[in-house]
Design a protein around this ligand. Structure first.
Ligand code: EPU
Length: 358
């Protein structure tokens, strides 16, 4: 079968990112089927072009120079439901479906398992890559398998949950096998008429001891996200961000105790933490940033911190990618100096030379 692709030239990437930042893609194509995807990859190979696979653009910072290659936008769509048994359903969503539409679909159908992940911008295909998580739930808890196109072996494959290497914001797709697989569709195992997961403090407080419905949980999560400036589908400069810009550092208990002592001595107040396992704790990057001297709403040129959440670096109007990078570098330096902790950015950097993002 011959596939006709509509390859466009010099397309601005800014409009395809939640940061609203980025230069031009030299070539750009949206693919709506696996055949189109394969044809797009062949075009790139024949022209010797690097490829960047674009999803919802909610977790990337594109350079001001843009991307000198082929950007492939994943436009695969559709959701299907299969019964596993009377109480469990397998819901499969194509990678190009809007994640929040998918969550809404599940909540409306009374399928439990993704309700706390309401309001997250981006596409279904991104959820296994960084093991999206929020308000006490992670995508890896419900993902059964991920159908991918393997760029190395040039074939469609199904990768089971246990093979995905899921950890906090981590999978094989963004670490050991980065750039090898293109996510085509994801299957989630959800509970029919199940109860929502209420473990996050803000949600617990809100419902006291009552078990809310999935719809009530979704509404509550959407409200909390909005209050914290994390529902980045909404308008305003604070929303021109990639959500959390840094991961919450996971450090050993020994390092934590040392830092805790120093922070107390220096009068920074109590350093919050969450126990990850016996030897490690996770600490909020937002706290480190604020206590290193960057308050919510801090500005450096047109880049700044969200006025509602210090972890969201944002484009406060007309910011260049280089301004976001400058702010990132200043924050990383100061957090390192004050607390001895290296922050790791969460978004992917697209079209930068390695030297400029060091
Ligand atoms: N904090 C501050 N200043 C702020 C905000 C928070 O100091 O402006 C401190 C407070 O101590 C607060 C703690 O940070 O108790 C945690 O804050 P929050 O509950 O808002 O969560 P977070 O750790 O900053 C993580 C995820 C978010 C997710 C929320 C809710 C990461 C990197 N981020 O943020 O995910 O929505 O928990 O579960 O793990 C994303 O990844 O893009 C994202 C938005």
């Amino acid at each position: 079968m011959t596939v006709k692709l509509e390859i466009q030239k010099n397309i601005s990437l800014a409009d395809f990112t939640t940061f609203k930042i980025g230069g031009l893609a030299r070539f750009f194509v949206e693919v709506k089927s696996i055949d189109e995807l394969i044809a797009a990859l062949s075009f790139a190979a024949s022209e010797k072009l690097p490829v960047f696979v674009l999803g919802g653009g909610s977790n990337i910072l594109v350079s001001d120079q843009g991307f000198i290659g082929l950007v492939i936008k994943i436009g695969l769509s559709g959701i299907s439901v299969e019964e596993e048994d009377r109480s469990v359903v397998l819901v499969t969503a194509e990678a190009g479906e809007e994640w929040d539409n998918f969550v809404e679909f599940c909540v409306e159908n009374d399928f439990a398992g993704v309700e706390c992940l309401s309001g997250i911008p981006g596409l279904v295909g991104g959820t296994p890559i960084q093991n999206v998580g929020a308000y006490g739930q992670e995508a890896s808890e419900s993902i059964v398998s991920v159908q991918v196109f393997d760029r190395r072996d040039k074939e469609v494959e199904t990768i089971r949950n246990s093979e995905c290497g899921f950890e906090y914001r981590k999978s094989i797709f963004n670490t050991t096998e980065k750039d090898r697989y293109i996510v085509l569709r994801v299957t989630y195992r959800l509970k029919r008429a199940g109860t929502p997961k209420i473990v996050y403090a803000d949600l617990k407080d809100r419902f006291n001891d009552r078990i809310p419905t999935l719809r009530e949980t979704r509404e509550a999560v959407l409200e909390i996200r909005e209050k914290k400036g994390m529902r980045v589908r909404q308008g305003g400069f604070d929303a021109q961000s990639a959500g959390s810009f840094f991961k919450n550092p996971i450090i050993s208990k020994e390092s934590f105790e040392k830092i805790r002592v120093t922070t107390e001595v220096n009068g920074f107040g109590n350093l919050p933490f969450y126990v990850v396992n016996d030897g490690y704790v996770k600490i909020p990057a937002a706290w480190l940033i604020e206590n290193a001297g960057f308050a919510k709403g801090f500005r450096m040129g047109n880049a700044g911190l969200s006025t509602k959440h210090s972890l969201a670096l944002s484009n406060q109007g007309g910011a260049a990618a280089s301004e976001i990078l400058d702010l990132k570098n200043v924050i990383e330096k100061q957090v390192k100096e004050k607390f001895g902790i290296e922050l790791t950015p969460e978004p992917n950097f697209v079209g930068f030379t390695d030297a400029s993002i060091d």
